[in-house]
Design a protein around this ligand. Structure first.
Ligand SMILES: [Zn+2]
Length: 224
């Protein structure tokens, strides 16, 4: 578990951790406290922090409250695209280097976008799963898109692959890493040296993808 936090130094004497409403973790620390020491204190409070983060009522998933208004941006394959609300009739979500929906649909924009993202997720993920299952010589049953929030992907004992639809917001190289990671789990269930070895052969830039997730993963945890 990786905890990202922001340190704010001040003349205070004690360290204090707060979880902001947007789920940012802020550590208020005395000026002379080393980053190392702060890190170890934060880690010792991990359970408390997690319980705060999972308290969705007090800390609502911020982007669920995203306003679908013109000028708002939405992420897709690692890039941000502008949303335009138009007065003419548009069936669902239209995408062409920008997102367009009809003003009549503004009220159900949340549903429309979820549906659009899920459709794109299966469209992009399925071929990657097929391609790499052939490379690896592993078989999977079904590739499904699901609504789990805090995991990017998983595989089941029935050789099904599940992917969080929100990963479609990430760049393709990250999606490829997530898909191949789960495929390799079908033959190697743990993160053994063999696992990483096979992964590095299939996805040579996987470390770049891991870094991207570490830095931007929180953007995928919210819906939009
Ligand atoms: Zn894994």
């Amino acid at each position: 578990m990786q905890i990202d936090y922001q340190i704010k130094y001040s003349k205070r004497k004690t360290l204090n951790i707060t979880v902001e409403r947007d789920r940012q973790i802020v550590v208020h620390a005395p000026e002379n406290l080393s980053e190392e020491k702060i890190k170890s204190i934060v880690l010792s409070k991990k359970d408390w922090i997690m319980s705060k983060l999972l308290h969705t009522q007090k800390y609502p998933i911020v982007s669920d409250a995203k306003e679908f208004v013109s000028g708002e941006t939405l992420m897709y394959l690692g890039k941000n695209y502008k949303l335009s609300i138009l007065d003419n009739d548009i069936d669902g979500v239209e995408f062409d280097q920008q997102f367009k929906i009809s003003s009549n649909n503004q009220i159900i924009a949340n549903e429309l976008f979820k549906k659009w993202y899920k459709a794109k997720a299966i469209e992009k993920i399925q071929p990657i799963a097929v391609e790499y299952s052939e490379n690896l010589g592993v078989r999977f049953n079904e590739c499904k898109i699901s609504d789990m929030r805090y995991r990017w992907g998983s595989c089941t004992t029935k050789n099904n692959l599940n992917f969080n639809w929100r990963i479609i917001k990430a760049p393709l190289f990250v999606i490829r890493y997530i898909v191949v990671h789960e495929l390799i789990h079908l033959m190697e269930s743990n993160h053994t040296p063999k696992f990483w070895n096979v992964l590095s052969i299939q996805v040579p830039d996987y470390q770049k993808a891991k870094n991207w997730l570490k830095k931007n993963g929180h953007l995928l945890e919210v819906d939009f």
